[in-house]
Design a protein around this ligand. Structure first.
Ligand SMILES: C[S@@+](CC[C@H](N)C(=O)[O-])C[C@H]1O[C@@H](n2cnc3c(N)ncnc32)[C@H](O)[C@@H]1O
Length: 449
């Protein structure tokens, strides 16, 4: 067995691609760990890794790239301040701005965020910052707040005079800034990473460049889940295109490399309906637990009225128990729960849970079909189509999926394609697309309005 077994394990566990971080570095790390553990075969080391969290921690420390410095790409911090002062503050949210820096490495990035916001005159109780990284060593240094020359690059170091005290060769960060960041160990590849939290601002820079394509995908999905609909997402310059290919749109500011979630008309409406989010001092110390306040893309008028009235109260509302976490306690009930959530219009929760279910049950035809329905209701036709296609691939006689596909073809003007699918559905014996009007009505199951 070669080292690439361990490389695969690393990719699976933390998303890092050996090619991107340097195959030599990985080989060196594995050899060193094997020697330390007195293990002579890679196979035995791979087994040891799979059975020991401690060994994982040790290997991780040797393969991560902790390179970072204060105000790395300064334009991003200028734009952050503009976003907060020109967009977020005027919205008049009653809760503090929640910011996530993932990965935060040794803390330079989240502390730069804190300094930028304080410099802009944002009161310290108006924002909270979570710094998350997989490396416990890096986080230890972050909490210490003591930095050498390598953390200070670029010409303008005036912030160092203001926020640090020099002690010999090193600089100690002053407590008012240190106290503004809450650090936590976390692996962005964990399926339930930060479940239930949302952030107004996410910095996820210089991580995806080291990841495999699949891990980048998963990371972006997670970022999309964690980002508030009106929030902004900062990535590295080499990472933004991947984000733009996967559900984000560019904020066109030179040198900033920020994006936001693609705004759809229904999403905008829903955001306007959303009540104030309740701040929590939850597991990450920053972020909001959305639950009932999650944007509900498609709502019954009665709900709209109810939320609007609650928006006027000054009383913070208690968050409901986390729907996803609760559902996870009974894996056998997961799929019925997805259906129940979808039937009740809780589409985002249904979507999230269905993704989890599909990860465990990748060939479950009805789950693919249901994902299609949910995405269709969320007006994400492209992804809906992919799921309907998968349902048909898994069961070529799936009449409902064929009907939905026929309808989509018709909608985009491909009458011949729609007719082909309709005939195929008819042949299977349950009738085709003519059972649905072209006015976006369905005789079949549909979620939403
Ligand atoms: C190059 S630093 C980026 C720091 C900072 N965001 C910046 O741009 O300066 C990369 C960091 O990613 C962390 N990392 C690698 N894989 C991770 C994972 N799966 N989850 C969380 N952090 C991870 C490493 O520990 C390392 O500190």
């Amino acid at each position: 067995m070669k080292n690439n077994t361990v490389e695969s394990l690393i990719e699976e566990k933390i998303g890092l691609d050996a090619e991107a971080i340097g195959r030599k570095l990985v080989e060196k790390a594995v050899s060193a760990r094997m020697e330390q553990c007195r293990i002579s075969s890679v196979r035995a080391y791979a087994e040891a890794l799979e059975n020991s969290d401690d060994e994982w921690k040790r290997l991780i420390e040797m393969v991560v790239v902790p390179e970072t410095w204060f105000f790395r790409n300064r334009e991003a911090f200028h734009y952050l301040v503009r976003f907060v002062t020109d967009d977020w503050l005027p919205r008049g949210s009653g809760r503090p701005l929640s910011v996530l820096s993932i990965p935060c490495s040794t803390g330079e990035e989240p502390y730069s965020i804190a300094m930028a916001l304080l410099d802009a005159g944002i009161q310290e109780d108006r924002f909270s910052i979570a710094g998350i990284d997989i490396s416990e060593k890096a986080l230890e240094r972050a909490r210490d707040g003591v930095y050498g020359q390598a953390s200070f690059r670029g010409k303008d170091l005036s912030f160092r005079d203001h926020y640090f005290r020099r002690k010999g060769d090193v600089y100690r960060l002053l407590d008012p800034v240190r106290g503004k960041v809450f650090f936590k160990t976390g692996n962005v590849m964990e399926r339930h990473f930060a479940t239930g939290l949302t952030y107004d601002v996410i910095f996820c820079r210089n991580l995806m460049i080291y990841m495999s394509p699949a891990a980048r995908n998963q990371t972006l999905k997670t970022m999309s889940r964690l980002l508030d609909d009106k929030g902004i997402f900062f990535c590295g310059h080499a990472e933004r295109q991947t984000a733009l290919d996967r559900g984000f749109e560019a904020i066109n500011e030179t040198g900033v490399f920020a994006c936001r979630k693609i705004r759809r008309e229904s999403g905008e409406k829903a955001a306007a309906w959303t009540a104030e989010k309740v701040p929590v001092s939850g597991i990450h110390g920053a972020g909001s637990r959305p639950d009932e306040n999650k944007p509900k893309f498609i709502q019954k008028p009665a709900f709209k009225k109810e939320v609007q009235s609650s928006e006027r109260t000054d009383e913070p509302r208690k968050p409901e128990p986390d729907t996803i976490d609760a559902a996870m306690e009974n894996p056998a009930d997961l799929f019925p729960k997805v259906k129940e959530l979808a039937d009740h219009g809780k589409l985002l929760d249904a979507l999230e849970l269905c993704e989890i279910f599909l990860n465990e049950n990748p060939v479950h035809v009805e789950a693919h079909f249901l994902m299609g329905l949910i995405l269709e209701a969320l007006h994400d036709a492209e992804r809906a189509e992919a799921f309907f296609n998968r349902a048909i691939y898994l069961n070529p006689e799936h009449v409902e999926a064929l009907n939905h596909m026929a309808f989509m073809e018709l909608h985009r003007g491909n009458k011949a394609g729609a007719e082909r699918l309709r005939k195929r559905a008819q042949r299977i014996g349950m009738g085709g697309v003519e059972r649905r009007s072209t006015e976006n009505q369905s005789s079949g199951r549909r979620y939403g309005k």
